[in-house]
Design a protein around this ligand. Structure first.
Ligand code: DGL
Length: 262
């Protein structure tokens, strides 16, 4: 079991930002990444649709022997992870907007959250934001249109920049000093965001925390791969291997990137 892979899935290529954090911390683990780009974006879908897609991705990863699954998608985590944990026996690790560290470190008392509609309307997000409602003001913003642009590789396009300008405007007007990236596609927008945000605004994403949690869960379940050689790395997309490859150009290790109909 310990040599079995860690499965990671997202609605598309964005979850590779999380995979990179996991791989940096756990280079000896075998990993399989699924980019469900054919069905992206998940953010505008109903809870039932998001659960059905998450089950489909999980079944594929289980069929390939995964010992643990990382749901590298805020939208799938906030809508489907409790369902997955009830239905399957292996451990699931999820990602949700990191409101807590932003709230703890905010000096102005205002934090912006950029996420999908599916995440912002989920019960899990409502609970987390309510838990911090006494301490801080949260300015929520749906990132409508951003995931399709990132999926098309248009990170630096004027369309992306214009959308970001309009999305951060109300947050800046409310005097935020932290912006929480509540979607695993958005870390790829950090260079653009840095140009648009004043220097005192901190950008928070949860990739590092997810990797640490993955390590902790492997340790707790005694599931670590004891090998000292680099893990086998497999990436699958059901849409465009060229786009997925472009998001992995900074991954030097030998890796397999392939189309799979799922
Ligand atoms: N990466 C997904 C997330 O973290 C994108 C959601 C979408 O497909 O709309 O929420």
């Amino acid at each position: 079991m310990n040599a079995n892979p860690i499965g990671v899935f997202d609605s598309g290529v964005g979850g590779t930002s999380i995979w990179k954090e996991i791989h940096a911390l756990l280079p000896h683990e075998n990993t399989i990444f699924l980019a469900d780009s054919k069905n992206a974006p998940y953010g505008q879908k109903t809870r039932e649709e998001i659960i059905a897609l998450s089950v489909k991705n999980t079944e594929l990863l289980l069929a390939r022997g995964c010992k643990l699954i990382v749901v590298a998608c805020n939208t799938a985590t906030t809508n489907a992870i409790s369902f997955l944990r009830e239905k399957y026996e292996i451990p699931f690790i999820g990602i949700e907007p990191a409101i807590k560290p932003a709230a703890l470190n905010s000096g102005t008392g205002t934090v912006g959250v950029l996420a999908t509609k599916g995440t912002l309307s989920s019960n899990l997000f409502l609970k987390t934001s309510k838990d911090h409602a006494g301490e801080i003001t949260i300015v929520e913003q749906e990132g409508i249109g951003l995931v399709p642009l990132i999926e098309a590789g248009k990170i630096n396009s004027s369309e992306t920049i214009q959308l970001l300008i309009s999305y951060i405007k109300p947050m800046l007007e409310a005097n935020m000093d932290h912006i929480v990236l509540g979607c695993t596609h958005y870390p790829y927008l950090i260079p653009v965001l840095k140009d648009l945000l004043p220097p005192h605004v901190n950008i928070i994403d949860s990739g590092g925390a997810v990797a640490k949690q993955t390590l902790a869960v492997l340790n707790k379940g005694n599931l670590q791969n004891p090998k000292k050689t680099p893990g086998k790395i497999q990436f699958y997309t059901n849409k465009d291997t060229k786009i997925l490859t472009s998001f992995l150009k900074d991954v030097d290790e030998s890796k397999q990137i392939a189309y799979l109909n799922f």
